[in-house]
Design a protein around this ligand. Structure first.
Ligand code: NAD
Ligand code: ZN
Length: 361
């Protein structure tokens, strides 16, 4: 399958399939002008499994191919790793016609993308996502590293030249990571594709139902929603904010618990249930949030707010959200399955529903 992502700054393809990694050299030739040398950035875990395969593929056509491996995990989205990547690139003689390949999940994609965005004022890069979550992060051109004072605070918009999504890479993904990415897949259905959402709920009862075929279809449909949103609003001036469905509370939970204490997907699953209930209250419309919560539980997601997080603290965090303007929290709500809207919501209403969102003792 192929999805075309068209933004103001660039139009590029995303290939999705099983056994398609072999087409990488051709993809590079098709989507990049003369390539002098290539730097593959990956993390330890992914490198151990797939780096050699990729380097062998590159060897015949691209003599000067190098790889740089970072530690696995969120902590690698740092100034230190960013600097090390740049140092490596400079010392290997990368120049303006060099190409960076990001082989890994969202961490590698965000870091390598930011390196590419800023190396000699910007060189091309190609995303080779290896997590389900990265079906989301590899598309759309947001690249960043973290600052001690905030996640993703230092970054750029830099679209890749292409995205190659090898379904076979998913077979080694731990269940917890699969579930984390699956939350973003569901999100895409909920905000933009009602039919796809119903397909998901019908065809995937538990995560073990996600065979290669279903995974490929889910990635295709999920990315299609993202591609549509991003093509209309590349730099998040308006519509793109709907991709943040479930994230206002989700980010607050992640930040309060401490990053790494809960996966991104688990946190936004709680956030999506909350946003659904809020939507029902505000629009006085039945979205069957209880049955959605039941499906989420079947997938293994938490659906209630962790007991140790006080509602006032979470609200305070929600007000620090990038979407908040003059102290008002902007929430992404659903008017229906597949139809997202952005709305200012009063603190009082947010707090009242938060208080009802904990596991009953
Ligand atoms: P990740 O990149 O840390 O990957 C999760 C874990 O899985 C890591 O330990 C990794 O080594 C391992 N892994 C990756 N692929 C594997 C494979 N095929 N087999 C076995 N293990 C594998 O995390 P992630 O969930 O992919 O991405 C999270 C990051 O993405 C966050 O930093 C987040 O901010 C970012 N993100 C960015 C965007 C965007 O638009 N740029 C969107 C969403 C998330
Ligand atoms: Zn997300």
């Amino acid at each position: 399958d192929v999805v075309t992502i068209s933004t103001k700054s660039k139009t590029y393809p995303m290939y999705i399939g099983s056994g398609i990694i072999d087409q990488l050299p051709q993809l590079i030739k098709d989507t990049c002008k003369t390539v002098s040398n290539i730097l593959v950035i990956s993390d330890e875990t992914v490198a151990q499994r797939y780096l050699e395969q990729v380097m062998v593929l590159l060897k015949t056509d691209f003599k000067n191919s190098y790889s740089f491996v970072i530690p696995a995990g969120e902590a690698a989205k740092s100034f230190e790793m960013y600097y090390q990547c740049q140092t490596f690139a400079l010392s290997r003689g990368l120049d303006r016609s060099s190409l960076i390949l990001a082989l890994g999940g969202g961490v590698v994609g965000d870091l390598a993308g930011f390196v590419a965005a800023t190396f000699m004022r910007g060189i091309p890069f190609i995303q080779l996502p290896t997590t389900l979550l990265a079906h989301d992060s590899a598309v759309g051109g947001k690249v960043a590293i973290n600052h001690d004072l905030g996640k993703n605070m230092i970054g750029a918009f830099h679209q890749p030249n292409a995205v190659l999504y090898e379904i076979d890479f998913m077979k080694t993904l731990p269940l917890k990571e699969l579930r984390s990415g699956f939350a973003e897949v569901i999100k895409h259905g909920l905000i933009g594709d009602r039919e796809f959402y119903h397909w998901l709920i019908r065809e995937v009862k538990t995560l073990s139902d996600l065979n290669k075929e279903k995974l490929q279809y889910a990635v295709l449909k999920g990315v299609s929603v993202k591609a549509k949103v991003v093509s209309e609003d590349e730099q998040e001036k308006g519509l793109r904010a709907i991709l943040n469905f479930g994230h206002t509370l989700g980010h607050a939970i992640e930040a309060e618990l401490g990053y790494g204490e809960i996966t991104h997907g688990d946190a936004i699953a709680i956030g999506m249930i909350y946003a659904l209930r809020l939507s029902e209250e505000i629009f006085n419309f039945d979205l069957s949030s209880s049955s959605i919560a039941a499906s989420f539980k079947r997938f293994g997601f938490p659906v209630t707010v962790p007991q140790e997080l006080p509602p006032e603290k979470l609200l305070q965090r929600m007000k620090m959200d990038k979407k908040a303007t003059s102290g008002k929290v902007k929430m992404i709500l659903l008017k229906d399955i597949g139809k997202a809207v952005i709305k200012d919501v009063d603190d009082k209403q947010l707090l009242l529903l938060l208080e009802k969102s904990y596991e009953k003792a």
